[in-house]
Every structure is written in C-alpha cells, then in structure tokens.
Design a protein. Structure first.
Length: 511
C-alpha cells in the first residue's frame, strides 16, 4: 500500500516540473524524477545549471522497496590541474552582473572552469536508486533540447548574463541567432545538446569524461590557459556522504555536510535562532533587526573559521554560542533547486549550479562549462590555493526537515549564491517558529545583510523599515528578485510550492 495518494514536485521552471511529473506518471520514483529534472533543467534553465556544473542531491528512501537510508550525493566540482608539472597562472577575467538593487562581480573564461560533476552525478544517482530505463528518464530533456519557448524568467536571466552567454561563437549561435538576441516567447533550440543526450543514453557519459569530447575539451584548455586535464575528467568521482544532522527544537534538519559551507552555516543560524530568548512577530521591526543581527553574527563566526563540522560541534557545546546569542539580543549564482516526494515516501532534494557559466562550451555538446574556480566565496583562502583533485566547497544546501517522529515534514532547498543559507533559514524559521503556511513562508519578503547594507524586499510596513533604518543602512528593493534565492518546497503527500522569484512551479501527480 502506498504511503501517500500523490507524488509532488517543485522546481524553478514549469517545464522542469513537467519533466519530473512525466517520469513519475510513467512509474518512476522520486530519484528517477530528480534525474529527469536535472537533465531538463540543463536544457531550459541554461543560466542557472548545466551538465558542465556541479551539484548535490539529498536522498531519503522510504524503506518500502529498499532499506530506509539517507544519502547525500556530492557531485560538486573538483579543483583542476591533475597531472600538470606546475600550475600556471590561469586566465580568467571579471564581468559585473547587475541584479537591479545590487551588483555582483564574477570571473569567467577557461581558467575559471572546475572539474564538472553534474553529468556523472545524475547518472550515478539513477544507477544507484532509480527504477526506469535511463533512455526513458532522458526523454523529456531530449524533447526540450529540440526546441522550447523561453519564459519571462529565463529571458531575464539571459539579459543579466548576456556577456557570458555570447562570449563564444557557440553561444552566439545558440542565443543570438541571425544577430538577434533571444527573448521571452522565442524558441531556444540546442541541437548539439539533443545529440549529446541521445549519446548519453548509449554510453552513460563516458565520451564526456574519457572519450573524444574529453580530448577536445582538454585541447582547448591547453591552448587557452585553462587548467582542466584528462586526468581530472577521468578521475572524477561522485562521493556518497552522511548528511549533516542539525537539531532544531523538536525537529531535525538534514542538510549538506562539509566540505560544503552552506549546511554548516545554516546550522549556525538555527542554533542562534534557538538561543535568543525573545521571539518577535514576523514582519515587525524587532523581527527584522533580530534576523539581521543573526546574519551579521553568522558572518562574524564564519570569518573566525567556525565552518567545519568539528569546530561547529565545539561551538554548540561552548559558551561562545551563548555569547554570540547575547550579541544578537543586544541588537534590538546561477543555481536551481528541485524538491520531490513520491507516493511511496521516497524524497529527493537536489541543488545544481553552473555558477554563472565560464562562457566556454564543450565542443559538439551545447554544454557550457562552469566558472566555479572564479567564484570568490567558494575560495576563502584565495583563487587556486587548493591542490588539484580537491572537492570545492559550496553554499548549496539541499535539505530535509524531519518531525519529532522522524517523518519528512519538508523537502527544500534554494538557489541564490551567497543568499542560499539566509533564504532557507528565513523560510524554515517562519514555518517552525511562526507556524506560517508553506506558501506564506516561501512568498514572504526576505532580507539579506551584504556586509554593508541590509537588502530588503518590498512587503514590510513603511514604519517598520523606518525603524530598522535607524539601526542599519537599508536598501529597499522595488520588487521581489531572483537575488534573494528560490526556495522550492514540498510537503510530502500534501502540497508543493515553487518560489515565484525564480518562476517556480509545483505539480501534484495524483495516484
């Protein structure tokens, strides 16, 4: 007998949700659907994810068809340079992305490319936990690659990333055919990617990591001052980890473990939320000030190095956390996410990213490779300070919230670069501490402390903003924005919410 009468999927694009729903309707489980969504997202969300990027998937099996288990699949990127006698100075260069209320600089070019993991990660998850034939799982993405209509959100992303998408001749052919840049309502056709997906159904991605495609990539790297080598591609492995467990009141949060930064920083945020004595009504000036103070304190602790699992454990048992909470009381990147729960009780939370993209396309594939080596927040010790072959840390934090009995209450995660952890924490605390409905929590205005200004979405009362502005500098946005993340959330068996900031869409698949 099924645990639920329905399966539910929430993603950042209605076509990605439809791809996952199609697989669920065809008899696939949550993991088949997540893999289908991963491939479909690489087609229809090209500014956010790519088979040339990196990601994570947090899986929890129901125990119905296989033993109950929780696995954190780490298929994020590796530092390149295996086999090089010495690491040359890489070639990358900055571009500025203007979000409307705040600008952010990113580095692109061949030297920004890390060893990609998404393709191998999706194939590994399918092989490990999927039911359906891979070719059936790939079919929705293959269909979309042969032509799909751009929606308004993808058009906005494309405008933001114009200098990256059109850096190469391949990008210009894809996104600026006949000299006219694609926009909402136009059809995006990626014939090379369609051909590659057909090949993946036959060779399981071997050509990309070991064959002729790998050879072509490395030739370009040698000629263009990139660091990616054949040894990097051949040696890449998906790592299965134990998820980080964080107690939060009567609940338990399962999230990304080290070397990812995001889960540990969420754990710090939740610990501080639990330590503060006063709980203020959502939307009040005290709520905004307290939330800001917690974000500031997390950043301070991060700068002091409290971001490893070992140090976090020390912090939780030390007077430092209480001191940090007192300081709170005294103060009165291209990423996309998929959340899925199937009717058998299996759940998958997956976050994938291409950064902003390097501007370089793997020859003959239609796949832009990532720019993770140029993301400053992923390299706190400096660019290319880590040795070749090391897994790069990430802010991405696919998560599950368990209730007191150990059942999955929420499947959630977010895109949004540095804003991922704050977006997840704000939605989570609204649901748990303020007992708000999931849709209310996802759609509520958000905050982000950027180190100098409190970035605030519209929706808070004017007198509240005035009161907060007397304590910190505030930048009020005119509208909700992709800048503040995209928290796509599923309540197993009940409902799903796609974050409207990123064109999110939820689909319920009835039994």
């Amino acid at each position: 007998m099924s645990l639920y009468s329905r399966s539910i999927v929430a993603t950042g694009h209605h076509l990605v949700s439809k791809a996952a729903a199609t697989v669920l309707e065809g008899g696939g489980n949550a993991f088949d659907a997540a893999v289908a969504a991963g491939f479909a997202g690489a087609v229809v969300e090209p500014c956010l994810t790519s088979l040339g990027g990196g990601g994570f998937l947090l899986a929890r099996t129901s125990g119905k068809h296989r033993p109950l288990q929780e696995i954190f699949f780490d298929f994020f990127v590796d530092t390149p340079g295996r086999g090089l006698c010495e690491i040359p100075e890489p070639h990358f260069f900055p571009v500025t992305v203007a979000f409307g209320g705040s600008d952010q600089d990113f580095n692109i070019g061949l030297g920004s490319v890390a060893v990609p993991g998404i393709l191998k990660g999706l194939l590994h998850v399918h092989d490990r936990l999927g039911y359906m034939d891979l070719r059936d799982v790939l079919q929705p993405a293959l269909h979309l690659a042969k032509g799909h209509v751009l929606n308004d959100f993808q058009s906005v992303f494309m405008q933001l990333l114009y200098p990256i998408l059109t850096l190469s001749e391949t990008g210009k052919r894809l996104y600026e055919p006949e000299g006219t840049y694609l926009t909402e309502g136009d059809t995006l056709l990626n014939a090379e990617l369609a051909g590659f997906l057909e090949q993946v159904g036959e060779d399981q991605g071997r050509s990309f990591y070991e064959g002729d495609i790998a050879q072509a990539i490395v030739r370009d790297m040698r000629e263009g001052e990139g660091l990616l080598t054949l040894k990097d591609l051949a040696a890449y492995k998906v790592i299965e980890r134990k998820p980080l467990q964080v107690g939060y009141g009567e609940h338990t949060l399962l999230t990304s473990p080290p070397p990812s930064f995001g889960g540990t920083l969420i754990a710090l945020s939740l610990a501080l939320h639990q330590q503060v004595e006063e709980k203020y009504p959502f939307g009040s000036s005290h709520y905004l000030l307290q939330t800001t103070a917690i974000m500031q304190e997390v950043e301070r602790l991060r700068e002091q190095g409290w971001i490893t699992a070992h140090k976090l454990e020390q912090l939780m048992d030390s007077a430092q956390l209480e001191q940090a909470a007192r300081s709170v009381r005294l103060f009165s990147r291209g990423t996309t996410h998929v959340s899925i729960a199937d009717r058998d009780g299996n759940v998958a939370s997956m976050t994938c990213s291409n950064g902003e993209g390097s501007g370089y396309f793997a020859p003959g594939t239609g796949i832009m490779l990532n720019n993770m080596m140029g993301e400053d927040d992923l390299h706190p010790d400096g660019f290319h300070a880590a040795p070749p072959g090391e897994r790069v840390g990430s802010m991405m934090s696919p998560s599950l919230l368990l209730d007191a009995e150990g059942a999955v209450k929420l499947v959630m995660g977010s895109g949004g670069s540095k804003r991922i952890r704050t977006a997840i924490t704000q939605v989570l605390t609204q649901i748990v501490d303020h007992e708000r409905e999931v849709q209310q929590a996802v759609e509520a205005p958000r905050l982000y402390w950027d180190g100098e200004l409190l970035q605030v979405e519209p929706g808070f009362a004017a007198d509240v903003i005035d009161a907060v502005g007397k304590q910190v500098k505030v930048n009020c946005w005119k509208e909700q924005s992709v800048y503040f993340g995209g928290v796509h959330t599923v309540v197993p068996g009940k409902t799903g919410v796609g974050d409207p900031r990123r064109g999110g869409a939820a689909i319920v698949v009835e039994k």
